[in-house]
Design a protein around this ligand. Sequence first.
Ligand code: SF4
Length: 364
Amino acid sequence: MNSIYVHIPFCEQKCKYCAFASFDNQFDQVQKYFDALQKEIESSTFEFRIGSIFIGGGTPSAVSPSFIAEILKAIRKKFDVDKNAEITIEANPNSLNEQKLKEYFSKGINRLSVGVQSLENKQLKALGRLHNKTQVFKALKAAKKVGFKNINCDLLLGLENQSYHQLKKAIKSLKKYATHFSFYMLQVEDGTPLKSMVEGGRIKLPDDDKVVKIYHKLVSFFRKQGLKQYEISNFAKKGFECLHNLNYWARGNYLGFGLGAHSFVGDTRWANASNFFDYFAGKKAFVEKLDDKQVAEEIVMLGLRCNLGFDLQQLQKFGLDLENNDHFQELLQNNILFLQNGRVKINPDYYGVSNLVIEKLIDF
Ligand code: SF4
């Protein structure tokens, strides 16, 4: 499959933990940015049939939906977008309303990804998020009313004073609306206010052991709730797995448009510059052609973080022969990995330690 990612780098306020390419003080660049985005799409040299589009950020819901509509129009004009394509937009609860949602839906956006992060107002405030629990449910109710059937809720793990009980309660109440959950570990990134808060003792985050315990409990809770884990951090009702992410893990082609957006076609990966000045000048942050070793590593890394697994024979073509590898045989014997129709897959009980499994396999 081929996918398109569009990056919208505007946010109403920078969250305290955020190290993404997003800006809360550049709204005067919106028109110029969308003009540049449109030009970038129009001048693409690829002629792909597109199975998924993901409009992410930043906060796409922080700009007028008319900008989003124009971008979708430009994509449809340039590419052959499948009529059943999955089209996702990321949104924050405080910048969503029924009117906006109606406009998204009428333009063919059929999947909504809401940055819930937590349902505890104290935690939201500590993270510098602009919304509260009431706004989350208001936005989700409006999305249902408008007709969205495919809704993801992003949640954060590893927050101050976060308990399994809180998360269980949150999932139960969000499940009335959501078909998909993405759970991300809070990362303390260099240069963020969160880092200074942690270093200055103004916030006390739970230790890794506690977070891992909560994660494992959540995995079994999701299972009981009929939400299948199909990747380390992703859980979905049957038939609601995110096609866009699956394409990424399957190493399908994807074109990224916008500031800082990454692309991958064949064996080449590249990224746009991640500041406005260089992006407007058409500069790239990097272009990299993968060699066989890198391709083999990627096949293993991406395949084992989700339920797709990887093709053993395909791997051999890139110089990684696992069949004669002792670590591989041991992982199979211990039922940590298993074979299914020529594909190597990870036992879902071991998603949490998939990094260690991958390390063992690609140490060649
Ligand atoms: S809304 Fe998302 S992208 Fe924007 S500042 Fe917060 S974490 Fe970063």
